[in-house]
Design a protein around this ligand. Sequence first.
Ligand code: HEC
Ligand code: HEC
Length: 467
Amino acid sequence: MSLPSRSVLLFSTCLLLLSADALSLAENQSPAARGFRALRTHPFLPPDFDEEVLGKLWTTWPEPERSAAGQADAAMRRRLTFSYYGLITDTAEAGQDAAEQGRSTHQSKPLGYVLDEQGTWTMNCLACHGGKVAGHVIPGLPNSHIALQTLTEDVRLIKLQQRKKLSHLDLATLQLPLSTTDGTTNAVIFGVVLGTYRNPDMSVDTNRKLPPLIHHDLDAPPFWNVRKKRSLYADGHAPKTPRPLMQFLLLPRVSLATLTEWEPQFADILAWIESLEPPRYPFQIDRELASIGEPVFFSHCARCHGSYGSESKYDQVTIDLQDVGTDPLRFRSLTREHLQWVKDGWISRFGADLVDLDPVGYVAPPLDGIWASAPYFHNGSVPTLWHVLYPDARPIVWKRTEDGYDRQNVGLEIKTFDKVPSTVKSAAHRRRYFDTTLPGKSPAGHTFPNKLDDEQKRALLEYLKTL
Ligand code: HEC
Ligand code: HEC
C-alpha cells in the first residue's frame, strides 16, 4: 500500500477542519437556526424514493404533459416534475430567489424533502409547510401546490417497474387517501392511524382498533401564526409543545428511545416555527383606503381575530361550530377516544400539558400575512379574501394557476366552473380542481362579513393587505 500523497493528506485535513467548523457552527447557532437545519437535513422518516425513480415519474403522466416531458432536456424535465407534483425548490440554501426557479439546474433541491448524497428523498415537515406565493418560496407558508396522492401513486408504479421496495407511504395509499385535492392533505387522519397502533405510553400495539376514519383534506396553517397561539390545530386541542409535532413520526418501527432522542430537535423545530415573521404584502397598497378599512375590521372582525398594528392583541378564541358554520368534517374527525389518548399519554407528558377534550369548534386564527396564505379556511375551500367577504359568490369548482396572484381579489388567480369539466379524465388532473361539492370541502359559513356593505368591504379588503 502506498502512502497517501501530500495532496490527499491536505485534502482530508481540510475536510476535517471543515467538519469541525460545521460542528462549532451548529453549536453556536440559535435554537431556531438549528431547528430549520434539522428539518432540512435530518431524515426523521424512512426514505420515500430515489433519483432514479424521480427521473422516470414523467412516464406515468397523462397527455399533454408526458410528451412535453419526453421532449425536454434533463433540467427542464426536473422542473416539470417539480411543478407537476407541487414540489417546491429549496431557495434558502443556494440564496437564490424563487424567480430563479425557472432557470434552476437539474440539481435543484426540494424544500420538502431531505435529499442525501446517495440521491435518496425523504419527506420532511416542509413538504406541507413550505410553499410559494406569487412565485416566491417561503418556508413556513403552507404548500398549496403539493400533489401528495398523485406523487405517491406514480412513485409506486415506477418502483414496481424498477423492482424496488415500496415505502410506508406507497403502502399507506393502498388503504387511505393521502389527498383528494392538490394543495391539501388528509394529514389529520394519518396522525390518527399512526396513533392507533400505540398505547398512550408509546409502546407499539398493532392489535388496537382503528376508529371510524373520517377522511378529509386540510390546508396546513401558516407557521408564522404559531407564536401568537396558545394551543395547536384547527380546534386548538393540543398543547404548544414539541411532542404533538412528532405525531407523524409514530411509525411502529420508531421506538420510544428514538422519540426521546429526537425531542430536543423538535424543541428546536418549534423554536424555528415560533421565530417566523409574516411576509409583507409585496404589491402597492392604497393606504388611504386601508385606513378606512381599519375601523371596519376593528368593529366587525377584531373580537375574534385580534387587533394589529401598534396596539396588536390576540387572545385565541374558539368559535362554536354552529356559529362559524364552516365545513364540519375536520371537527368531527377526532374522536373523544383519540383526544383522551393524547391527554393520557406521552404526547402531553402524561397530562402535564393541557389537552382540550371537548373542543367546541374552530379557532379564529391570527390574520398576519393573510394575503399570502390563500386558499382560506381550514379546508382551503375559498380561493381569495374577496370570496371570504362575499360568501354567496364563492365558486363551486375552481382551479388555480401555478404562480398567478390575484391582486384585485387578494389571493389565488383562478378559473371557476360549475362542475369539473367532463374532458378531465385522469385522476391527476381531476385533483387540480377544488370541487367544493366533495365531502369536507364545503366553502360555506363564516357569514360574518354579510353585515357589511360593498364600500366597507372594499376598504376592509385593502386593510387586510396590511396585516
Ligand atoms: C402531509 C402534510 C403535513 C406534514 C408532512 C406535516 N404537517 Fe403539520 N400540519 C398539516 C396540517 C394539514 C395541519 C392542520 C391540522 C389541524 O389543524 O388539525 C398541520 C398543523 C401543524 C401545526 C399546528 C399549527 C397551528 O397553527 O395550529 C404545527 C405546529 C405543525 N403542523 C408542525 C409540523 C411539523 C413539525 C411537521 C413535521 C414533523 C409537520 N407539521 C408535518 C400538514 C402537515
Ligand atoms: C365570531 C368570530 C369571528 C368573526 C366575527 C370573524 N371571524 Fe373570521 N374566522 C373565524 C373562525 C372561527 C375562522 C376559522 C374558520 C375555519 O377555518 O373553518 C375564521 C377564518 C377567517 C379567515 C380565514 C383564515 C385562514 O387562515 O384561512 C379570514 C380571512 C377571516 N376569518 C376574516 C375575517 C374578517 C375579515 C372578519 C370581519 C368581517 C371576520 N373574519 C370575522 C371567526 C370569526
